[in-house]
Design a protein around this ligand. Structure first.
Ligand SMILES: Nc1nc2c(ncn2[C@@H]2O[C@H](COP(=O)(O)OP(=O)(O)OP(=O)(O)O)[C@@H](O)[C@H]2O)c(=O)[nH]1
Ligand SMILES: [Mg+2]
Length: 426
């Protein structure tokens, strides 16, 4: 089976092309281009040059006008670039046209992100998800691969084109079969994970999902709060697979924290689809911890991106604690970082690296859980031990201490049990 549209291994020097249309802000386009440069670097490709092309509307053949296209190709070639990376989504035909005009590899942001995910996928689930996204992305681009081939063969004659067409038919069928197979395998893996989650849910420990833009510090926060050892890197998309760890809050209440895959602007929709299963963790969690990199000037745009994806996943109505992280890099009025709450409800300033602000965050998590779970205290006289036993059987006891006048219990009491214990509330 041919793997189409893989990053050609020999590509080393990229020239980036951003496109500004009348509705786009210049700053945003520049910052998106900087982000594309980081994404391209993550793939091990050096960024040699870049430009922002201003256009009134996309042209069908090359997206840009042909004059501007010729300038870009000339400059990229003068700089010795072997790859053009676009920050707009090119249609398969436009991509093909650019490749045949420039003679170098042409990729767009979506493919760069797909490649990063491919390189980073480790578990079976992530590997399957990325393979599926890639297969779906490649389907309309198969023609592209075959134009390459016929060019490499030095051909281009009528017979060869005919062979190519037949081959494309065959390949599309294979890719479609592959997509179907990947979907089946993925369903199996997801079913297995659902089972595990259900097992976990039987133990009544509440859950919080750590979500946010890539590189915001989600894994660092998980590690800081739980002593986990999740890989932390100053790279985009260090985490693809969710990791869950238990964390003890100041009250003694336990909570399960799950680290999730990061988001980025203009994320390929195939990837969002493919990662929906993984992101289910965010959908089923009791609370979301939305981590932001406070030291990034684009932090509000990052927040919007994350909230938009959460909405798409159906997790928009959850209780969200917004955590401005990396506050050690942001100085307050007196030149020192102002950790703690942010003045707004459910909003915090922390540093996952120095630990600043984390105690406040943990206390608030405690409060929110108490509210959500209806956590209350009771003193149940020893002669009513059958009530204690029933609470245990229902799995709602979070804390228990034997005292002289009875059993002191802290628990989250579902409505069906309130009648039983109400008179012993303290
Ligand atoms: N100065 C500072 N750096 C931090 C802080 N938290 C995280 N970092 C750094 O930010 C980078 C990214 O951290 P990660 O924890 O890998 O970020 P992430 O959100 O998990 O990123 P992805 O998994 O790639 O989506 C690393 O270099 C961290 O050391 C912080 O509070 N202060
Ligand atoms: Mg991470």
């Amino acid at each position: 089976m041919i793997e189409v549209r893989e990053k050609p291994k020999m590509v080393e020097r990229a020239y980036l092309v951003g496109v500004q249309q009348p509705a786009d802000g210049e700053d945003t386009i520049r910052q998106l281009l900087t982000e594309l440069a980081e994404l391209v670097n993550t793939l091990g490709i050096a960024v040699i040059g870049s430009t922002v092309a201003r256009i009134r509307e996309p042209a069908p053949r090359l997206f840009l006008g042909s004059g501007k296209a010729a300038d870009i190709i000339a400059e990229a070639k003068a700089l010795g670039c072997d790859c053009l990376a676009f920050d707009v989504e090119l249609s398969p035909a436009q991509q093909r046209n650019w490749e045949s005009e420039s003679g170098v590899c042409v990729i767009d942001r979506q493919e760069v992100i797909l490649d990063i995910f491919s390189e980073r996928a480790r578990t079976r689930e992530a590997v399957l998800q990325v393979a599926l996204a890639r297969a779906e992305h490649s389907l309309p681009r198969l023609k592209n691969a075959w134009t390459h081939l016929s060019r490499q063969r030095g051909g281009g004659g009528v017979t060869q084109r005919g062979e190519g067409e037949a081959q494309i038919e065959l390949d599309s069928r294979m890719v479609r079969q592959r997509i179907a197979r990947l979907k089946r395998e993925l369903t199996d893996v997801v079913r297995h994970r659902d089972t595990q989650r259900k097992l976990r849910e039987r133990v009544p420990v509440p859950t919080a999902a750590i979500v946010g833009y890539t590189n915001a510090g989600k894994s660092t926060l998980l590690n800081a709060l739980t002593g986990a050892a999740v890989l932390v890197e100053d790279k985009l998309f260090a985490t693809l697979d969710p990791t869950t760890r238990k964390c003890a809050l100041p009250s003694g209440q336990k909570i399960l924290l799950t680290d999730t895959v990061g988001f980025v602007r203009r994320l390929p929709h195939q990837l969002v689809d493919a990662f929906k299963a993984t992101l289910e963790e965010a959908v089923v969690a009791d609370i979301l911890i939305h981590v932001l990199d406070a030291s990034n000037p684009e932090v509000e745009q990052h927040a919007e991106t994350t909230l938009a994806v959460l909405k798409e996943l159906g997790a928009a109505d959850k209780r969200v604690l917004t955590v401005y992280n990396k506050f050690d890099r942001v100085s307050g009025d007196n030149g020192k970082p102002a950790y703690g709450t942010n003045g707004k409800p459910d909003t915090f300033r922390v540093s996952a690296v120095t630990g600043g602000g984390l105690p406040t965050l943990l206390e608030s998590l405690d409060d929110v859980l108490r509210e959500q779970l209806n956590v209350r205290e009771f003193l149940i006289p020893h002669e009513h031990y059958e009530i204690v036993a029933r609470l245990h059987a229902a799995g709602v006891v979070r804390h228990e201490r034997a005292e002289d006048d009875g059993i002191h219990i802290v628990g989250s009491i579902p409505p069906r049990l309130t009648g039983l214990v109400e008179r012993f509330a303290v």
